[in-house]
Design a protein. Structure first.
Length: 286
């Protein structure tokens, strides 16, 4: 995992939703809907947007129990599934302030997830070459699926240096390593099931990487050898993948007819439902 050991994780005094996190709701999606002629993109000065709620003060030592349980899980080589559930559930409940807080901490990841569906919608609707040209990436026309997706990295992933943006980029690149497992060889021939699995694979990697950054800082150092590291990483990924798939309730068979708002709603709902499920599973392990 590219970023799993790259930071010491957030401190307990870090705001539940740090001020440097951007909400992606107003980000234009790549290959998104065309803006109808005459649409006014300037905010209505007489009806300004509501200001965000003031965040509550962080809970002292709010990551402590989650990190302790994650360390127990890692030291077991992935065998202590109860500790894993308690670690993730504790992160959602105390570390992020609930599912909504966890969702809001993943602004860049949600923007990237929306970008994934937006580009695939364009391919379904207009074809690979037309979608790539629309994104001003003409040099990718005629390339292999893998080359095209790697070439889309800077378009799909928000640019910048924040941790959340790094998580989104890492999750995207990790997803591309699973193209063969997903059976994706031709972007123009992807069916709705492959699109769904590709999208859910990205969400899985994004949540997994966030958890490593937030509560898994000692995970790699506590494991005794490479076999133990691989074992607990696989167990962690499978646990999150199951939650993501169980939480997903949408139908992507008509993706080419969906609006930008439809896509954003799907992304936000998927993240929220997943975090809620992970919190509930953790509570069942208490």
């Amino acid at each position: 995992m590219g970023t799993s050991g790259s930071s010491l994780g957030p401190g307990s005094d870090t705001p539940l939703v740090p001020t440097w996190l951007d909400e992606p709701n107003d980000y234009p999606l790549p290959a998104g809907d065309d803006i109808p002629d005459g649409t006014d993109n300037n905010p209505d000065q007489e009806n300004p947007l509501p200001q965000p709620d003031i965040e509550p003060a962080p809970i002292p030592q709010r990551f402590r129990d989650a990190r302790r349980n994650f360390t127990m899980f890692a030291s077991s080589g992935g065998g202590n599934s109860g500790a894993l559930g308690r670690a993730i559930g504790g992160y959602v409940r105390s570390g992020a302030g609930g599912a909504s807080g966890a969702v809001r901490r993943m602004g860049a990841s949600r923007a990237t997830a929306g970008g994934v569906l937006s580009v695939l919608r364009g391919i379904q609707r207009d074809g690979v070459a037309a979608t790539i040209r629309r994104l001003n990436l003409n040099d990718l026309v005629g390339r292999s699926s893998t080359e095209i997706l790697v070439g889309l990295t800077d378009t799909i992933c928000p640019d910048g240096g924040s941790i959340d943006e790094g998580i989104a980029r890492d999750a995207w690149l990790e997803t591309l390593t699973e193209l063969d497992q997903l059976g994706i060889t031709d972007l123009g021939e992807m069916n709705s099931d492959q699109i769904q699995q590709f999208f859910l694979t990205f969400v899985t990697h994004a949540i997994e990487t966030l958890l490593f950054q937030s509560i898994g800082t000692k995970g790699l150092s506590i494991a005794v050898d490479l076999v133990a590291i691989e074992a607990f990483e696989l167990q962690l990924r499978d646990y999150i993948r199951r939650a993501v798939r169980d939480a997903f309730t949408r139908d992507l068979t008509m993706l080419e007819q969906m609006s930008d708002q439809d896509i954003k709603d799907i992304v936000d709902e998927t993240y929220h439902n997943t975090w809620e499920l992970l919190e509930m599973w953790g509570e069942n392990q208490e």
